[in-house]
Write a protein that binds this ligand. Structure first.
Ligand code: ADP
Length: 190
């Protein structure tokens, strides 16, 4: 199996690149952000609870997202692999994911970390907010908070995979196809 953690700050282009990667490598896309927005749209108890955090640019509690991912992995065990997008976002989530995957003998192959400068992130997120209407992308202070939370809680997850020799940093500036080619090169070497 090919199991990829696609990593990077909000606005790094994870969703855009994940869509291209799953098409090429036929992987199952697991985006905690997309799953949470689905719950929110369906007004489930989980969605209503998660919205309180998402609207502030805070992280949804670990046990909630870990449970969501575990059930999705269980539903797709026959696949060619998974691409994890927006997860793990804390070291506790990374440890939980390792446990789930080790239990099934399907370890993470590689972490691809998209590196993008902060000014570019804010610009991309505000642009996406206008196009998609996503409320957490329309307010500069919510965006700033998400980047702050990324730096304090999420960036350390890189060290977790670096210690396992699985981290590959990819320049996330340039055209969508240029970045995609860099990612494919890293995947093919992994
Ligand atoms: P982005 O990467 O652009 O911030 P996402 O769609 O990945 O957007 O996530 C949107 C929001 O959903 C986050 O700001 C956070 O509140 C919540 N969220 C998504 N994934 C996780 C996660 N793994 N752990 C905690 N909260 C999460």
């Amino acid at each position: 199996m090919l199991n990829i953690v696609l990593f990077g700050p909000p606005g790094a282009g994870k969703g855009t690149q994940a869509a291209k990667i799953i098409e090429k490598y036929q992987l199952v896309h697991l985006s905690t952000g997309d799953i949470l927005r689905g719950e929110l749209a369906a007004k489930t108890t989980l969605g209503v609870e998660a919205k309180k955090y998402m609207d502030k640019g805070e992280l949804v509690p670990d046990e909630v997202v870990i449970g969501m991912i575990e059930s999705k992995i269980g539903q797709n065990t026959g696949s060619k692999g998974f691409i994890f997008d927006g997860f793990p976002r804390t070291t506790a989530q990374a440890e939980a994911l390792d446990k789930m995957l080790n239990k099934r003998n399907i370890p993470i192959t590689v972490m691809l970390s998209l590196e993008v400068e902060k000014d570019e992130l804010v610009k991309r997120l505000l642009g996406r907010g206008q196009d998609s209407g996503r409320s957490d992308d329309q307010d500069v202070s919510i965006i700033e908070n998400r980047i702050k939370v990324y730096n304090s809680e999420t960036a350390p997850v890189k060290g977790f995979y670096e210690k396992q020799g699985k981290l590959k940093s990819i320049a996330g500036m340039g055209s969508i196809d240029e970045i995609f080619n860099r990612l494919c090169e890293a995947i093919d070497k992994a």
